[in-house]
Design a protein around this ligand. Structure first.
Ligand SMILES: C[S@@+](CC[C@H](N)C(=O)[O-])C[C@H]1O[C@@H](n2cnc3c(N)ncnc32)[C@H](O)[C@@H]1O
Length: 292
């Protein structure tokens, strides 16, 4: 099967509505991906405006470089993690910005890639790292984790009912190195009905662990407020209930500390039109807030 070369950005209109992009202001896209949200932000900036794009995936940045560099001098790209925002801004000579968007998770391009190990429908090495220059690939992490740690990952990050059986079989398979090896274990541990959902849950759980996704989100949320100008906006799209809960609680705490106004009482979800066009958007939840 061909790699998917296209990612449909999620809730773009809603992101723009809450960011309220002003032509000469400074914005950060902390998970620039294929640049779906960034393209819209860039189109609203004057030559005085600026967009800082960050991603952990070097391939993604190469794509953005080719796509945007000649047309948009306002864009600076950084291979980094969004939780290092403060350092990235320092390299740009900036202290604060007027808006930040995070669109968490992975892109359809990464999921469709033949050799990254994100998808259970491609046979490849079990890697799953967004940043292949850093950290342990999934296959190595699975060997290193204890049975208990692995059970917790599958249970909490994947909400997989058969987590105990799957974790046990993983620990009994020292030569587990490909997506097909992992798929076989899930196959042997789950009933056939809804097995694709078990594949998806297990792959998602392991990806979250490999990339320390929740830890990183938490670190970012503890610090981003320092980087946001008064009236600056933050918009976060999450795809997992744990992520959404972390965002919700952090915004609530910052509101209590009188640092943030919450702009979305309840998280926004894609409308019917968007769901029809892009079924991958179905789990998206958007929360937005404004620095006081
Ligand atoms: C859902 S995609 C973003 C898609 C993008 N908004 C678009 O419309 O094209 C998520 C992106 O976040 C990146 N990513 C994941 N964790 C990251 C982190 N801690 N820091 C920066 N980028 C990260 C992934 O590599 C991926 O490219």
């Amino acid at each position: 099967m061909q790699a998917i070369l296209h990612h449909i950005p999620v809730m773009v209109e809603e992101v723009l509505l809450y960011l309220k992009v002003k032509p000469d202001c400074v914005y950060v896209d902390g998970t620039i991906g294929q640049g779906g949200h960034s393209r819209k932000i860039l189109s609203k900036l004057s030559s005085e405006g600026k967009l800082v794009g960050i991603d952990r995936d070097e391939e993604v940045l190469e794509h953005c470089h080719q796509e945007f560099f000649t047309s948009y001098s306002q864009l600076s790209l950084y291979h980094n993690s969004y939780h290092n925002l403060f350092k990235v801004l320092q390299s740009e000579g900036l202290n604060t910005v007027d808006g930040i968007v995070l669109d968490l998770g992975l892109s359809s391009v990464q999921l469709g890639s033949e050799n990254r190990g994100f998808s259970f429908s491609k046979n490849s090495m079990l890697d799953m790292r967004f940043d292949r220059s850093n950290g342990k690939p999934a296959a190595q992490l699975l060997q290193k984790l204890s049975l208990k740690e692995l059970e917790n990952i599958l249970k909490n990050f994947g909400e997989e009912r058969y987590y105990k059986k799957i974790a046990y079989k993983i620990k009994q398979t020292p030569d587990l190195i490909t997506t097909t090896d992992l798929k076989k274990i899930v196959q042997a541990s789950t009933p056939p009905a809804n097995r694709n959902k078990s594949f998806a849950r297990v792959f998602q759980a392991i990806r979250i662990a490999v990339n320390k996704e929740l830890e990183i989100l938490d670190k970012f949320l503890n610090n981003f407020i320092e980087c946001l100008s008064p009236n600056g906006k933050i918009v976060v799209i999450s795809y997992h209930s744990l992520e959404d809960r972390i965002v919700k609680q952090s915004f609530k705490k910052l509101k209590q500390d009188r640092l943030l106004n919450i702009l979305t009482k309840k998280p926004l979800q894609p409308n019917q039109d968007e769901l029809k066009k892009n079924s991958r958007s179905r789990s998206a939840k958007l929360r937005a807030a404004e620095r006081i």
